[in-house]
Write a new protein. Structure first.
Length: 437
């Protein structure tokens, strides 16, 4: 260990112990308007930003413009033979607060297809990357490579007035949303299908075309993509990817730079990698138990073993929700309709039956229920989509809808540069000392 590294270790070890004791003793004290434990706890629970497109209710889950997941599945248009709502309809709802007509959804599908031509230099950029580079990294780089097309950048350099920021942000967002499935599918076929590229089918809607370009042409998988891309699209503004897009966008970075930054946040293990980790954990359980049909008692024992090793059960627990995630329930309903006999799906359902009681009995877990990630991987695998390290890219394609819809609202409302105030531990210690006097 070099001398700087050694000294750094000594310093942070002492600081970590001091901060742990400080938060334990003084964490509930209010400094300005928040608790000290919130300052150290990742700003958890602090309401300090505007996010118009969705909100998160602890008992009802994510609500888009006030509507729950079950309400969306009932009210959003299902057109041209689809049995699940089209994400185009949700985007319209997030942008306007109104449900679109069937005709308006068809128009938006055609409009995105019209805008969806990806520049040659972006394809060349993807081709230049080795397949060992994670698909999510390739996806983020490809989005950055499209940034030279930003109308916001062009018009801003020409002296555009603030009143026009929303206009070019809208155009950039529409162009970008139209292209991200094309880019993602190209990365998928390049990495996993020997670069056997499938060109877009311009008669299909946004989700169905994405499925088609990845090589999945069944009616059921197209409906799965419609459901998946709808329910993953937004999750109020405080989650890491949404907040990142909002933060970067508040500097007047364009939609391309902002979305790429959000994808980098989504790529983190504490955010978008969760469904990949769920599948890895299930496969570890199958291997360790020696069966792909474990009983509920075997699963319960394995869960207890996992917890005894200080490892969380992936896909369970949520920072806000205190019920089973409605997005999990929506996927369960889809699975009951299309693949109820699938062995992996059955394991997911059996895990759902045993884990909440076990976690609840610990007395430490506020939410022992499954979140959206607990089910999505098993559904994808049922249709042969087994490339776990691509799952986050699917998430990213979906999340582009919510974060870019809100970026348009950020610019329309002329929301300011986000600039919270930070504190040092020394300043907090002085506050505690002064408040005790």
């Amino acid at each position: 260990m070099d001398r700087l590294k050694e000294l750094f270790k000594i310093k942070f070890t002492a600081a970590a112990e001091e901060i742990k004791a400080l938060v334990k003793e003084h964490g509930t004290k209010i400094i300005d308007t928040v608790q000290i434990e919130q300052v150290y706890g990742g700003m958890r629970g602090i309401k300090s930003m505007i996010w118009e497109t969705s909100s998160l209710d602890s008992l009802e889950g994510i609500r888009f413009r006030g509507y729950s997941i079950p309400e969306l599945r009932d009210k959003l248009p299902c057109i041209d033979g689809a049995t699940e709502p089209l994400p185009e309809g949700l985007f319209w709802l997030m942008m306007t607060g109104e449900f679109p007509t069937d005709d308006e959804v068809r128009w938006l599908s055609r409009e995105w297809m019209r805008r969806s031509v990806v520049p040659d230099h972006v394809i060349a950029t993807i081709d230049s990357m080795d397949d060992s580079i994670h698909p999510m990294t390739q996806f983020s780089i490809a989005i950055m490579a499209m940034q030279c097309e930003s109308l916001f950048v062009q018009k801003y350099s020409e002296g555009m007035p603030k009143s026009q920021y929303w206009d070019v942000t809208y155009e950039d967002s529409m162009n970008l949303i139209s292209k991200v499935p094309i880019v993602a599918a190209y990365i998928y076929r390049k990495a996993f299908c020997n670069k056997d590229i499938i060109r877009p089918n311009r008669d299909l809607d946004w989700s169905a075309n994405f499925a088609y370009m990845m090589g999945y042409d069944s009616t059921e998988f197209k409906d799965l993509m419609r459901l998946y891309l709808t329910i993953h699209s937004d999750h109020e503004g405080g989650n890491a990817s949404a907040h990142t897009v909002h933060l970067v966008g508040s500097t007047l970075s364009d939609a391309y730079l902002s979305l790429s930054a959000g994808m980098n946040a989504l790529a983190g293990p504490l955010h978008g990698l969760a469904n990949q980790e769920v599948m890895d954990w299930i496969y570890d359980m199958i291997r360790d138990l020696g069966t792909n049909n474990p009983s509920k008692s075997q699963i319960a024992d394995y869960v207890r073993t996992t917890l005894s090793q200080g490892i969380v059960v992936p896909g369970y627990g949520h920072a806000v929700l205190r019920v089973a995630d409605p997005r999990f329930i929506a996927q369960m309903e889809f699975a009951k309709k299309h693949c109820a006999d699938d062995p992996m799906v059955k394991i997911v359902w059996n895990v759902f039956e045993v884990v909440p009681d076990i976690l609840g009995s610990l007395g430490k877990v506020k939410n022992p229920w499954p979140n959206v990630d607990a089910h999505s991987g098993a559904l994808l695998e049922h249709f042969g989509f087994t490339q776990h390290n691509f799952y986050t890219v699917l998430f990213g394609v979906s999340r582009s809808l919510g974060v870019l819809a809100h970026l348009c609202w950020d610019r329309a409302l002329n929301l300011p540069l986000e600039r919270p105030k930070s504190l040092t531990t020394e300043e907090i210690k002085k506050f505690i000392q002064n408040s005790s006097n």
